[in-house]
Ligand binder design. Structure first.
Ligand SMILES: Nc1ncnc2c1ncn2[C@@H]1O[C@H](COP(=O)(O)OP(=O)(O)OP(=O)(O)O)[C@@H](O)[C@H]1O
Ligand SMILES: [Mg+2]
Length: 476
């Protein structure tokens, strides 16, 4: 279908053809489909509030002129979320331009703010029916403007409100996204939004005088806090890279930490202008370039961030980088760092795999005691250096050689080198142990047939006990 485009000045230039979008609603809604979660959609509005706070910070010589408050409020009945800030707000003219002139960003070229596309406010289209802007600027009155996701023409212009804007500064912006599709809204809670803010804006939250909270009716608001890397014990690797590209120098900050004692499960993420792009291991283009891939970047003991600065540009929904030469330069500069991390993490893997082997040894002992009773022999895992065969019996203990090829052929290991028991391994151990845990005095009293039967009983009993224990451990 073709709609007659509105006449503009440019389209009247004789001998030229202009681009026109015949169905802007369809186009905008389709582009917004790149957003995958309601939380991520809402971060665009927090992002805009933070950009406006950043303008204040910049104007004021690198400090906020007054405490900045950004509040997210969930209204479950309306399936709505409001994001309110006490920054500069928008004049009526800006407000109307934002809705009318899609893809126009006044921020382009300003490196201290994040916005560049002029699309962020349309992110709601992925998940909700309506967006409502309520705002007041120092040089303008308090105004409200509402836009529906299927609206193209006849959008009502900004309406003036008589009451003052409800913020301590008297200026600011309240953006309310409502009528979320039920599927998108189901998982949205104060905790899920708090987590998203903390992950997404981790680099900015550490600033004094910046407060972001998430509230839901009837509950005290949750305060968003930056992740405390100092509380993680272990060596860190901090590099300020200055990457040369097309005759210019681009600074990149790499801060990584290897958690020594326990896993942190907070994988390294890429950030651009203080906003999270995504976990390094989730960025496909980076994983293609990386040699160690998830073995390093998704290691449960590795955490930290990489602030990429200006050498790469995020794509429109900001969860990846555009394919450019700068991206190749960045990824290549990270390869030597990855190579340094590998041995650090491998050392941890060895420690960890010794610990899991120890845990498995205990589990096997538990099964033996449960099946044979308290008089069972002690089970010990040893390696080839101590013992050459599959197993040994003597001095009140049964030793299992974990380095023996028959043991190794039945064992499985996680990417980090931790032992994962298998049914085949359990059956093998049950068979080995059935010899070792047979008691000498019982041996003497029984006929060979009785002995064989008792041994079969023991094998079956141990094997099913080990299997049950393993299933119970997986559920935990
Ligand atoms: N909370 C806010 N306070 C002040 N101005 C705002 C606020 N939210 C939006 N705006 C204005 O609306 C404009 C459009 O926002 P939008 O997020 O669509 O684009 P952007 O931030 O410029 O770029 P990007 O699409 O990359 O986010 C902004 O450039 C800004 O002028
Ligand atoms: Mg924006």
């Amino acid at each position: 279908m073709f709609r007659t485009p509105a006449k503009t000045f440019a389209s009247q230039t004789p001998g030229t053809i202009d681009l026109e979008i015949s169905d802007p609603v369809l186009m905008l809604n389709e582009v917004a489909r790149r957003y995958e979660t309601a939380e991520r959609v809402l971060m665009e509005y927090v992002d805009n509030a933070l950009d406006d706070a950043e303008a204040l910070y910049h104007e004021n010589g690198g400090a906020y002129p007054y405490p900045i408050h950004i509040e997210l409020r969930i209204d479950r009945e309306q399936r709505a979320v409001g994001v309110q800030d006490n920054c500069r707000g928008m004049t009526r003219d800006t407000l109307e331009r934002v809705v009318r002139n899609v893809g126009e960003s006044q921020k382009r070229g300003q490196t201290w703010v994040n916005g560049r596309f002029g699309f962020g406010v349309h992110a709601f289209r992925a998940a909700a029916e309506t967006i409502r802007f309520q705002t007041q600027h120092r040089h303008s009155s308090h105004h409200v403007l509402t836009l529906q996701r299927d609206q193209h023409r006849g959008i009502k212009e900004a309406r003036r409100l008589d009451e003052p804007f409800p913020s301590d500064s008297g200026t600011g912006c309240l953006v309310t996204v409502s009528g979320f599709d039920a599927d998108w809204f189901r998982g949205v809670t104060a905790v899920s939004l708090q987590a998203e803010v903390e992950n997404h804006f981790e680099r900015l939250l550490a600033r004094p005088d910046l407060h972001i909270t998430v509230g839901e009716k009837g509950q005290p608001p949750l305060v968003c806090r930056p992740f405390d890397y100092a509380a993680v014990e272990g060596p860190d690797l901090h590099r300020e890279l200055n990457l040369e590209h097309k005759g210019e120098i681009f600074p990149v900050t790499v801060f990584l930490k290897v958690a020594q004692a326990t896993a942190v499960h907070r994988p390294v993420s890429f950030f651009a202008r203080g906003r999270r792009i995504g976990e390094a291991a989730d960025i496909k283009s980076f994983m293609r370039k990386s040699a160690a891939k998830t073995a390093v970047w998704a290691h449960p003991h590795l955490t930290g961030f990489i602030e990429v600065g200006e050498i790469v540009q995020p794509i429109i929904n900001r969860d990846d980088f555009g394919r450019t030469q700068g991206r190749t330069v960045l990824y290549e500069a990270l390869l030597p760092i990855e190579a340094r991390l590998k041995p650090l993490l491998a050392g941890l893997n060895q420690q960890q795999s010794r610990a899991t082997l120890g845990q498995f040894e205990e589990a096997v002992q538990k099964a033996v005691t449960a099946v044979v009773g308290g008089s069972a022999w002690r089970v010990a895992f040893v390696n080839e250096a101590d013992e050459a065969g599959r197993m040994g019996v003597g001095n009140g203990r049964v030793t299992i050689n974990t380095d023996h090829p028959d043991f190794q052929a039945r064992a499985r290991y996680t990417r980090q080198g931790n032992l994962r028991p298998t049914d085949r391994l359990n059956a093998y151990l049950a068979t080995m142990l059935s010899r070792g845990v047979m008691q000498p005095d019982t041996d003497a009293m029984q006929t060979p047939e009785q002995l064989l039967n008792a041994q079969i009983e023991l094998i079956v009993g141990l094997e099913s006990r080990l299997h049950e224990q393993e299933r119970a451990a997986k559920k935990r």
